[in-house]
Design a protein around this ligand. Structure first.
Ligand SMILES: *Cc1c(COP(=O)(O)O)cnc(C)c1O
Length: 393
């Protein structure tokens, strides 16, 4: 353990079998279109699952890796070299700095061109004498209102790419959806697809008839919007076995005939730090928000909001001990949770609690925790502390 972290703490289990299963679901979807490839989004510490621990599994399962930070792309290349894996296509989706470009070009990592401020970087890249041009994918803003070019800006983009053809090689074009997972009616998404296709065609023609790799579909669109699948699926949350939303699951049933089974990759467990009896009338936690009405067996867990367990779940959450639901008592603290284990572990001196995941025939999903904390499963998992121990099982 690193200094400052308790030796006895919570840990995360990662199921290799679940990840392989989820990848197979998307391979099945991609099989409908010959040549369609599967890309894995591993931003945000692989959605909190653990970049280093999950990389071998994701690398094996996918054809393309999508990261946010240039550093993660370089780490993936290092691991490929060290373990002698075949090279995957790697694309940095996020912003990159001028000083990172040369190394990315050397490592054959592609980057996303999404802003004209890049104009400034061409000279810097040229001066660093890369072995070949840096591959770029042009981001079109088709209606998310985030990064990417509008149609009106495309002539300028083309001019930039042509003027710097020695350092930038256009390889792909992408866009990102605004609300596929928020609705079951995809009118806005289909408008985005039309805008994307128009922009992609304009680019290809203006660049002299090149063919650019097209990609637009994240998890939800990969599942429910066949028109958006194009050349590569850019799958994040669903690869980890979580649904983008309840609406997506409903739509998948309609579009695919039945909703595929996604298996959650992650479980979060914690060994107790103390188990003891509290007498009737005793309080638990800051603010004295919970008081025992009868003699209560409690388990103190050495984990809290510092580790990523949401404080907003206070007063609502439960965890599993011996396959039984045990209410969380009082408030979630920085480094402590307290469970009522009277019904689950009356005679035990220590317990293993499951905060997310299955225990016997009970399970708590990241969605359930997200519901308690008024947020989405994406936020619950991606906020899991990078310091937590992760075990691939
Ligand atoms: C996060 C992200 C994805 C993956 O989204 P999921 O809903 O997790 O599948 C795909 N593309 C871009 C550009 C993203 O930012």
């Amino acid at each position: 353990m690193r200094p400052g972290y308790p030796e006895q703490a919570s840990f995360i289990e990662l199921s290799a079998k679940a990840l392989r299963h989820n990848a197979r679901v998307f391979r099945g979807i991609a099989a409908a279109r010959p040549g369609q490839r599967l890309g894995a989004v591993i931003k945000g510490n692989a959605y909190g699952h653990g970049f280093e621990e999950l990389l071998p599994l994701v690398h094996e399962a996918a054809d393309v890796l999508y990261v946010i930070a240039a550093q993660d792309a370089l780490r993936a290349r290092e691991r490929e070299r060290a373990a002698q894996w075949p090279q995957r296509e790697v694309l940095v989706l996020g912003a990159v700095g001028p000083r990172e470009l040369a190394e990315l070009a050397r490592e054959r990592v592609a980057v996303v061109l999404s802003d004209l401020s890049w104009l400034r970087f061409a000279a810097e890249l040229r001066a660093s004498r890369p072995p070949g041009p840096l591959e770029v994918h042009v981001h079109l803003d088709s209606g998310l209102g985030r990064e990417g070019f509008s149609e009106a800006e495309l002539p300028k983009v083309v001019e930039l790419l042509k003027a710097n053809a020695d350092v930038f090689r256009p390889a792909g074009v992408l866009s990102h959806f605004a609300n596929v997972e928020d609705v079951t009616e995809q009118g806005y998404a289909l408008q985005q697809v039309a805008t994307f296709e128009r922009g992609a065609a304009t680019l290809e023609a203006a660049l002299g008839g090149v063919t650019l790799q097209r990609h637009m579909a994240a998890s939800a669109a990969s599942l429910v919007l066949p028109q958006a699948r194009f050349d590569v699926l850019r799958v994040g949350i669903a690869l980890y076995g979580l649904w983008p939303s309840a609406q997506t699951r409903l739509s998948a049933r309609v579009v695919l005939g039945e909703a595929p089974v996604l298996e959650p990759v992650l479980a979060w467990r914690c060994q107790s730090q103390a188990v003891k009896w509290l007498e009737a009338g005793a309080y638990v936690g800051y603010g004295c928000t919970w008081r025992a009405t009868e003699r209560t067996r409690i388990a103190v867990l050495p984990m809290g909001y510092f580790d990523g367990y949401p404080r907003l779940a206070s007063g609502k959450a439960y965890a599993l001990v011996n396959g039984r639901r045990c209410p969380l008592l009082g408030r979630v603290m920085m480094n402590h949770l307290v469970l009522d284990v009277t019904g689950a572990a009356r005679d035990a001196d220590e317990v293993l609690a499951t905060l997310i995941g299955a225990d016997a025939d009970e399970a708590i999903s990241a969605d359930t925790v997200a519901g308690w904390a008024d947020t989405i499963n994406y936020e619950v998992v991606s906020r899991l502390g990078p310091h937590l121990e992760r075990r691939v099982v």
